[in-house]
Design a protein around this ligand. Structure first.
Ligand code: NAD
Length: 233
């Protein structure tokens, strides 16, 4: 392997599947028994806020009960031991990368354990429920929503992500179906900047043909193997 210095890693729901968190696009096209349009869009929140709050209250409880698996732990080790630039861009709303010990993590689709006040714009760490309309700790109004980027909303920190990809000489995608843009397009951007591209996934994703190499298998096996390889080089 020629020397690599700057690494960008994109993770998706597949890296947390073995921690017991269900992926987004199971075979039935439902996420935790709901259609995406009913729970993960701003229109859904306007139409039926109780359903959406209940849905994310359940996701928040699920995240709190889950534990990092060997894939999260391997990336945390890479983060600790890698001297070059490294950024873990996750589409996941869980905090399993951080709980495994990774520090260089960016949540482009928001976080289950964060809430956003629509009255005063403050964000707060939150572990409880929102269904009963608790007051915002900053302004006291009952205007808290999950701090999640829903379909139709702009992902967070895109400039930072594009800057990191433009400097990367290795781009690795882990456990993501390549169906949700803009994340699905990162591999093309990385290739255009001559980064090596590697996909680790249970099955070929929609964007597999964009990667130089695809390795198929469970994240808990493939990710520790890859990290060993990179750190051993
Ligand atoms: P997705 O469900 O569309 O795709 C998951 C991919 O992971 C699939 O290609 C599947 O083959 C693969 N996979 C499943 N189990 C795996 C395993 N054990 N090892 C390796 N790969 C495995 O998920 P996505 O691409 O992340 O979809 C994007 C959206 O899903 C994001 O917006 C994200 O916020 C949301 N989401 C997040 C969580 C979470 O935070 N844990 C859970 C569900 C959905």
């Amino acid at each position: 392997m020629t020397a690599i210095r700057n690494i960008v890693i994109l993770t998706g729901a597949g890296i947390s599947a073995e921690s017991g968190l269900r992926t987004f696009r199971a075979e039935d096209g439902l996420w935790e028994d709901h259609r995406v349009e009913d729970v993960a869009t701003p229109e859904a929140f306007r139409r039926d806020p109780e359903l959406v709050q209940r849905f994310y209250d359940e996701r928040r409880a699920g995240v709190l009960a889950a534990r990092p698996n060997p894939a999260h732990e391997a990336l945390a080790r890479l983060d600790r031991e890698w001297d070059g630039e490294l950024l873990i861009v996750t589409q996941n709303i869980d905090d399993l990368h951080e709980r495994a010990g990774a520090a260089r993590v960016l949540h482009m689709h928001g976080e289950a354990l964060s809430v956003w006040c629509l009255a005063c714009d403050a964000r707060h760490h939150w572990e409880g429920a929102l269904l009963d309309g608790p007051p915002c700790p900053s302004c006291g109004q009952a205007a808290l929503r999950p701090d999640i980027v829903w379909f139709g909303e702009m992902p967070y920190r895109m400039e930072e992500i594009f800057r990191a990809i433009s400097r990367a000489d290795m781009f690795v995608s882990i456990g993501t179906s390549g169906a949700v843009y803009p994340a699905a397009g990162f591999v093309q951007q990385a290739s255009s900047h001559r980064a090596r591209t590697l996909e680790l996934n249970l099955e070929p994703s929609q964007g597999s043909h964009w990667f130089e190499e695809t390795r198929l298998g469970a994240a808990s096996v493939l990710v520790p193997e890859w990290v060993e390889e990179v750190l051993g080089d």
